[in-house]
Each structure stands twice: as C-alpha cells, then as structure tokens.
Design a protein around this ligand. Structure first.
Ligand code: ZN
Length: 252
C-alpha cells in the first residue's frame, strides 16, 4: 500500500516538511542553472568543488533516509558506518559524470521524500541516532535535511544567498549554532545582535561586561554564524568599531 500523502497530521511537522521540500526544490533549481562544465567550479566551501557539494547533498539524503527507515522498521541503520566512509563517499561522488551526479541528487531526494511520506504517524516519535551520536525522534530528520539543502544551495555559489532562505529556517539555524557555542563555552565575551526584526534580538554571552558585539540582519548574522564570511555584519568593542567583524566561533 503506497500512500500519496503524508501519514502525519501534526501541523508543526507538516510545516517542517514543507520547508524541507521547498529547500530541496530550491537546491534543484540552483543546480539546474549550472552547466556541466560549471560543476567543476569552486563552491563556497574551502577545498570543495560544486561537485563535492552536490555529492554531499545526495549522500546526505540517503543517510537521512536510513534514519527514517530505522524509525519505520525498528532495525538500527546508522547514517554512515563511519566518518571515513562518509568522506570517501563524497570524494568518490565528486568524480561521477555530470549526469550521474545530477541523478544522485534527484533520486536520493525522491527516495527520502517517499520515506517521509510513508512513515506512519506514530513512528515519527521513534528514536534514531545522528552521525554525531545524538539520540533524536525521527521528526528531527526533517530539520537535519532542511538546513542542508538551504545552506548548501548557497554554497553552490551561483547566485543564492542567505536572503533566499526563509526566516523560520534562519532563526532555527542561528539558535542551533548559538546553542552549540554555549555548550562549548566558545561564545565567551561575544554578543550577537539581530537587527531589522520588530525588535532587536540579542544572543550569546549576555553576562559579559565588555563583550564584542556583532550586529546585522537575520540573513547576514546567520551567514556569519555558519562561518561563511562577515559580509553585512558590523562589530564593536568598548564602543569602538571592529572592522572587519571577528570570525564566528566554529560551529561544526
Ligand atoms: Zn552538509
């Protein structure tokens, strides 16, 4: 029996699935705008061509689909056997012919979508384990994929920017990153201000007495926080401008 619509009726989850599907369509559009020859060009990620980005996004869909299959069957299937296997897979994928690389992206995305669509409502709460070893409900796979497709569409470096990413995706991404800094204590003396909202939002080391304050719009600050440059941000320390802004602490 194949369902033609999502089995879950949870509105939050359905909204999340919509963002993941929109992000996948957005990545597909940017990929389709690239000629085969342009796939050889550099991405925004150091050491990675666009081929690496496409291969990574394709294999990521397969890895996320393995978690959804785990939630469906109860049979433990990790994202990747090891980090080494994951990295080798990307290196190999980057050598595929353009048509094979495009097929990898498309087929893996369709497969993941089918796994999501057919996952019974109750199984979305089943626990799976991410590559970082976190135990999460299967629902989390939707967010894991959402941030990959949106951010890596920008990494293709053919016109997409963080302004193209929906605000709810940016907000959640920024909160994830700032939460990771907080856990590791790497946000010490760093305040992050998101301007241009109804009111300015402040994150980071709010207890610091003389913090470095990095400000910018939600897209600019999120781009900076993911380690993709300081464009669109300004910074001050003790009332003095710091130019350019300091690089963000590592995220991953
Ligand atoms: Zn990635």
């Amino acid at each position: 029996m194949v369902a033609r619509h999502d089995q879950t009726t949870d509105p939050v989850l359905l909204d999340g699935l919509l963002q993941a599907r929109r992000g996948t369509a957005f990545f597909a559009r940017k990929l389709n705008e690239l000629t085969d020859a342009e796939l050889d060009g550099e991405s925004l990620l150091p050491g990675w061509t666009r081929r690496h980005v496409v291969a990574h996004v394709g294999y990521n869909a397969r890895a996320v689909a393995r978690l959804v299959e785990w939630a469906a069957t109860g049979v433990e299937t990790p994202m990747y056997p090891s980090v080494d296997v994951r990295n080798h897979e990307i290196e190999f994928g980057a050598t595929l012919s353009p048509i094979a690389l495009r097929n990898l992206f498309e087929h893996s995305a369709v497969h993941l979508n089918v796994e999501w669509r057919d996952l019974p409502a109750a199984n979305w709460h089943h626990k799976v384990k991410t590559v970082q070893g976190r135990t999460v409900p299967a629902e989390e796979t939707v967010w894991m994929r959402t941030r990959e497709v949106w951010v890596h569409a920008v990494d293709l470096d053919n016109g997409a920017t963080f302004v193209d990413i929906p605000a709810p995706v940016l907000e959640r991404l920024l909160k994830d990153i700032i939460g990771a800094w907080r856990t590791r204590g790497t946000d010490k003396d760093l305040l992050v201000e998101v301007t241009g909202q109804p009111s300015t939002m402040t994150y980071g080391d709010t207890a610091a007495t003389a913090p470095t304050v990095v400000s910018g719009s939600l897209p600019a600050i999120t781009q900076w926080a993911t380690g993709r440059g300081t464009h669109g941000t300004t910074a001050t320390r003790d009332g003095e401008a710091v130019t350019p802004s300091p690089l963000a602490p590592n995220w991953i």
